[in-house]
Design a protein around this ligand. Structure first.
Ligand code: DX5
Ligand code: ZN
Length: 224
């Protein structure tokens, strides 16, 4: 498999008062994608960022790809809002429903030239994603239950990643396969071996003094 390996830092657990500096440090370390976690206090029991952060990031760093992870069930309100704010890739949850509208939302994103991703919670059978695979740019398999940073990687995720790659081969599709939650130097290695090529990392990168060093460590693991 020679998919491009990508680190997508999540600033969810970064210090909000140092957000600009921390983002700049990550970009200076060679990061070319950011993962913005959007939580609505309803689909998940937490609140986080809004479209203004996406707009500000896009304005300050136009070359950096912005990936929005929508943990919300108000898709009709939030998808258009984050598209207008400048998201380059938008991924929403399969569980956010209604399921008969999923295909329509993927089409909407594609028509707006925004890459489309679908997210599965750890308990959702991956076979549920198969009908949408042909339309998708990326699949995100959650490796923790969504809502909070700093949780531990669910070990059963490796088998799901491998099964997802098998489904991709069966459907003759080319997608990016992302993992999110509890990613550090050890779990990134496990996820990479199972077939993931996009790695979201929050606390491993931002809850340390040396952001550059943490990114370098992760890079070494996924590129080896
Ligand atoms: C969890 C979010 C995250 C996560 C990443 O709901 O989607 O992107 O907070 O943070 P760490 O790497 O700390 O698990
Ligand atoms: Zn996320």
């Amino acid at each position: 498999m020679n998919k491009k390996m990508i680190i997508a830092p999540s600033v969810l657990n970064a210090n909000n008062l140092a957000l600009g500096e921390d983002i700049k440090k990550a970009i200076d370390s060679g990061i070319d994608r950011f993962h913005i976690d959007v939580m609505d206090g309803h689909f998940v029991p937490n609140l986080s960022y809004g479209p203004q952060l996406v707009e500000d990031l896009k304005h300050a760093f136009p070359k950096v790809e912005i990936e929005v992870h929508l943990m919300s069930d108000r898709l009709e309100t939030l998808i258009p809002l984050f598209v207008s704010a400048g998201a380059d890739l938008l991924e929403f949850h399969f569980e956010a429903g209604p399921q008969e509208q999923i295909g329509g939302w993927i089409d909407f994103l594609t028509k707006k030239n925004v890459k489309a991703g679908l997210v599965l919670n750890p308990q959702t059978p991956i076979v549920r994603i198969e009908p949408f695979l042909a339309q998708l740019d990326q699949v995100l398999l959650m490796t923790v239950n969504p809502g909070f940073g700093g949780q531990s990687f669910i070990t059963a995720s490796s088998a799901r990643i491998a099964a997802m790659r098998e489904m991709e081969a069966r459907c003759a599709q080319e997608i990016d396969l992302e993992v999110d939650g509890g990613i550090n130097a050890e779990t990134a290695k496990v996820a990479r071996q199972a077939g993931a090529n996009v790695f979201v990392a929050g606390s491993f990168i931002f809850n340390h003094d040396d952001i550059r060093h943490q990114i370098k460590k992760l890079n070494q693991v996924i590129e080896s």
